[in-house]
Design a protein around this ligand. Structure first.
Ligand code: NIG
Ligand code: ZN
Length: 404
C-alpha cells in the first residue's frame, strides 16, 4: 500500500502532512529503507549536505520607520550610544518616525526584514514593539507583528516593550504610570478579546532610562497578565538587573555586558536564560558579554541578532561567528545558543529549537559537508543555505535550477 506524506529529506528527516511536525528522524540507512516506495509531496536528496535545526533569533526590534545610517557615522566618529540618545537621537529619532508611519508601511518593511532573516536561516524570531512609548503606537506596532504572525510562515514570539525609553516630556515615574494604568490594561483587553497575542514583556533597565524599581513594577504587572519576562538589563552599567530578573522568575535577560558575578550566579540558579547580542558590543565597541563565565556557571546562553536601527543585522550565522570570535564560544555552543537555548528563552523549547520527533519540522539544509561552515564562512550564508523549511514546507529554495 502506498502512503502519501509531506516532505522527506532523504538521509535525515520526514515531516508529516497534517501538522508539519517531525514524524521520524534517523540515520540514512534506516530512513531510506523505511520509506522506500512511500510517496511524498517533496523529496530533497541531502546526500553530502547537512541538516540542522532552523535558527532561532531571540531578540529583535524589526518594526520601525526611518533608518539611522547618519548616526552610525556619528558613532564611528566617537559618539557613544547614550550621547546620541541624550541628544534626542537614537530610540527617540525612531519613535518620531514610527509614530508618524502608517501601519501598512510598517508591515511592508517588517515583511521585507523577516524575509531577509528567513533567507539567513531564521525560522523562529522574537519581535518587539517599543518605538511608540504611548498606547496608540505601541498597539499599532503589536498589531503589525500580529498580522505578520498570522500570515507569514516564520514563527514569531511577540514582545510588548513600551518601556524601551522614557518618552520626551515625561519623567520615569510618569512613563511608568502610563504603562501600568493605560497601556497594559488596554493590551490586556485586546489579548482577552483574541485580537492580539503577546508572549513577553520587556523593559530597558538602564541608567537614564528605567531604574530598577520602575522596571520591577512593570515586569511584575506583565507577569500578572501572563506574559513571560524577557528584558534588557545590565547593558551599559551594572544595574542588578540579573538579580531582579532571577528573583521575578524571568525567562530571559538580554545584553548583560555589565553583569556581575552575583548576577551570573542568580541567573544560573533561577534558570533565567542570558540572551547575548554580539552585534551590539561589536557596533558600539562595548566590552564583550562574559559568555565563558556564564557558560561555566551553568547559565543557559542564547543568542539574538538585536536587529534594530542601531544594529542592522538580519543574519544569525554572522551573530554566531561574532559569538565565537569575540565572546569565545565554541561552534557547538554557538549553534545551541542560536537554536535550542534561544527557543528556551522564548518559552518554546518543547516545540522548537531541535530536530526531534513531534517538534516542528523547522530546519535548514546546508550545501556543505560540515555544518560548521555556516559559522566559519563569515557572511557566506547566501551560498550555503540551500533550503529553509518551516513546518515541513520549503519556504526558501536557493537552488535556482529546481522549482519547488
Ligand atoms: N538597548 C536598547 N535597545 C536596543 C537598541 C534600540 C535602538 O537603539 O533603537 C538594543 O537592544 O540594542
Ligand atoms: Zn534590544
Amino acid at each position: 500500500m502506498l502512503f502519501h506524506r509531506k516532505l522527506l529529506i532523504k538521509r535525515a528527516v520526514y515531516c508529516s502532512c497534517s501538522d508539519g511536525l517531525i514524524k521520524d528522524i534517523g540515520p540514512a540507512s534506516t530512513i531510506d529503507f523505511q520509506y522506500a516506495g512511500v510517496s511524498f509531496d517533496k523529496v530533497i536528496d541531502a546526500t553530502g549536505m547537512c541538516v540542522i535545526p532552523g535558527l532561532v533569533d531571540a531578540h529583535t526590534h524589526p518594526v520601525w520607520a526611518g533608518d539611522r545610517v547618519h548616526e552610525f557615522a556619528l558613532k564611528l566618529a566617537g559618539a557613544t550610544y547614550m550621547d546620541v540618545h541624550r541628544a534626542g537621537g537614537g530610540i527617540h529619532f525612531t519613535v518620531e518616525h514610527t509614530r508618524a508611519a502608517l501601519a501598512s508601511t510598517l508591515l511592508a518593511s517588517l515583511i521585507g526584514r523577516l524575509g531577509r532573516m528567513q533567507r539567513a536561516g531564521t525560522t523562529l524570531v522574537e519581535c518587539k514593539s517599543g518605538y511608540g512609548l504611548e498606547l496608540q503606537t505601541e498597539l499599532k506596532m503589536l498589531e503589525v507583528i500580529e498580522t505578520a504572525r498570522r500570515t507569514l510562515p516564520i514563527n514569531i514570539s511577540s514582545t510588548y516593550c513600551g518601556a524601551h525609553a522614557v518618552p520626551k516630556g515625561k519623567t520615569v515615574a510618569e512613563a511608568t504610570t502610563d504603562i501600568l494604568k493605560v497601556q497594559l490594561p488596554r493590551l490586556s483587553e485586546r489579548m482577552l478579546a483574541g485580537a492580539l497575542r503577546v508572549d513577553n514583556i520587556d523593559v530597558f533597565c538602564e541608567q537614564g532610562v528605567f531604574d530598577l524599581s520602575s522596571t520591577r513594577s512593570i515586569l511584575q504587572a506583565g507577569l500578572d497578565m501572563g506574559l513571560n519576562i524577557n528584558f534588557h538589563g545590565d547593558e551599559l552599567h551594572p544595574m542588578n538587573s540579573a538579580q531582579l530578573g532571577a528573583e521575578l522568575g524571568a525567562l530571559a535577560i538580554s545584553h548583560l555586558e555589565e553583569v556581575t558575578d552575583e548576577g551570573i550566579a542568580a541567573m544560573a540558579t533561577a534558570k533565567t536564560a542570558a540572551i547575548l547580542l554580539p552585534t551590539t558590543a561589536y557596533i558600539l565597541r562595548l566590552p564583550q558579554p562574559r559568555a565563558r563565565d556564564m557558560l561555566e556557571a551553568g547559565v543557559i546562553v542564547a543568542l539574538g541578532s538585536d536587529f534594530n536601527p542601531n544594529a542592522y543585522c538580519c543574519s544569525m550565522p554572522v551573530v554566531m561567528h561574532l559569538a565565537c570570535v569575540n565572546m569565545r564560544m565554541s561552534m557547538p555552543e554557538a549553534l545551541a545558543a542560536a537554536t535550542i537555548n534561544a527557543a528556551y528563552a522564548l518559552g518554546r523549547s518543547h516545540t522548537h529549537g531541535s530536530l526531534e520527533v513531534n517538534k516542528h519540522g523547522d530546519l535548514l539544509v546546508l550545501n556543505a559537508p560540515r555544518w560548521e561552515h555556516l559559522i566559519y564562512q563569515l557572511g557566506g550564508h547566501q551560498e550555503l543555505i540551500r533550503y529553509v523549511v518551516i513546518r515541513g514546507n520549503v519556504v526558501y529554495n536557493n537552488d535556482k535550477t529546481m522549482d519547488f
